[in-house]
Design a binder for this molecule. Structure first.
Ligand SMILES: [Zn+2]
Ligand SMILES: [Zn+2]
Length: 346
């Protein structure tokens, strides 16, 4: 008889179901992991509301995890039973056109892995080979599990390459991504970090983590506030983490001439944004885009969590059992929490 596990299955927008499913067996090169902590993520919220553009349901929900290896497939040498591990949600192939050019995040054979909101999950072979890491004893499972969002932040951070003394405006501040960016911006020597958001509770966390100015865009005109702080010119760099059409557009207004914008938050397909072409062209505004991160970014992100360079504890608010995944996502949507941790073993 096959042993069963509890798993939260995503069926479509606002439809998830706790089901009893067979515990999978690891194939060659794979790991079977007992999930100990699985943080909720902005991507889970987006998927919960409108589906996932690449993956049709049904699938086991959740993708950030820390857990224990309970079985290894043939050929796995780097990991063994009993090891505490985390992994990125994807891995590149290392061999395609993009991988050969150091752009593994654009790999045409990218392997994704979902299934963290379950008692057990499989880690696919290419992820085991390239983006799985052993968690040292002093790092909690839930902290290590923040690897995946941090990989993308590290990738974007390298792209905008902050210089010492620069003023950076972070739009969509208070969300997990922004809170990671704020820490790396300060590490790069940013002079002023202006956090622009909507939730006072989340903005307060941005302040705790070192943002020098907090702007509640519900209460004041964020563009005017940034100009006041920058002699009327605008920020040297704007990082857009809200992922809305209007914030994509306003980020181009918020940056100074000769400055840089990073559009971090992705928009749904076919979205058209309107920007002032003359302002961008004659003002020499550089527009950066990004998606995901490479295996090298993953290594760097993991090292930042382990070394404590990245303080992830303030991003995690509360723990919930598998039964309460929807409640946990609702709390994120309401802006009451930054992220929560699902504990499948509770
Ligand atoms: Zn995530
Ligand atoms: Zn590739």
């Amino acid at each position: 008889m096959t042993e069963k596990m509890r798993a939260v299955v995503y069926l479509g927008p606002e439809q998830v179901e706790l089901r009893s499913l067979p515990i999978p067996k690891p194939l060659d090169g794979e790991l079977l992991v007992k999930v100990r902590a699985a943080p909720t993520c902005g991507t889970d919220v987006k998927t919960y509301r409108r589906g996932h553009p690449k993956f049709p349901p049904p699938f086991i929900f959740g993708h950030e995890f820390g857990g224990d290896v309970v079985a290894v497939g043939k050929g796995v040498v780097a990991f063994r039973e009993g090891m505490r591990v985390t992994a990125n949600v994807f891995a590149e192939c290392g061999e395609c056109f993009f991988c050969k050019r150091g752009q593994g995040n654009l790999c045409v054979n990218l392997v994704y892995n979902f299934g963290a909101f379950a008692e057990y999950m499989i880690v696919p072979a290419s992820i085991v080979q390239r983006t799985t890491f052993e968690i040292p004893p002093h790092v909690p499972y839930a902290h290590a599990a923040l690897l995946e969002p941090l990989v993308t932040v590290v990738h974007g951070w390298h792209k905008v390459a902050i210089r010492s003394g620069e003023t950076v405006a972070v739009i969509g501040a208070g969300g997990p991504i922004s809170l990671m960016f704020i820490q790396l911006l300060l590490r790069s020597g940013a002079g002023q970090v202006i956090a622009i958001g909507h939730s006072p509770a989340r903005l307060a966390v941005a302040g705790q983590l070192g943002a020098t100015h907090l702007i509640n865009a519900k209460e004041q005109d964020a563009l005017m506030a940034v100009r006041e702080l920058t002699q009327g010119f605008g920020a040297d760099v704007v990082i857009e983490c809200a992922g809305t059409k209007s914030t994509w557009e306003s980020s181009v207004e918020t940056v100074r001439r000769g400055g840089r914008v990073l559009w971090f938050g992705g928009l749904p397909g076919d979205t058209k944004v309107e920007i002032d072409a003359a302002r961008v062209h004659y003002g020499e505004i550089d527009l950066f885009n990004m998606h995901g991160g490479t295996a090298e970014d993953a290594r760097e992100a993991f090292d930042q969590i382990v070394s404590g360079v990245m303080n992830v504890a303030p991003l995690l608010n509360g723990e919930f059992p598998l039964e309460s995944v929807e409640l946990a996502l609702q709390k994120m949507i309401a802006g009451e929490v930054v992220k929560t941790v699902i504990r499948p073993d509770s």
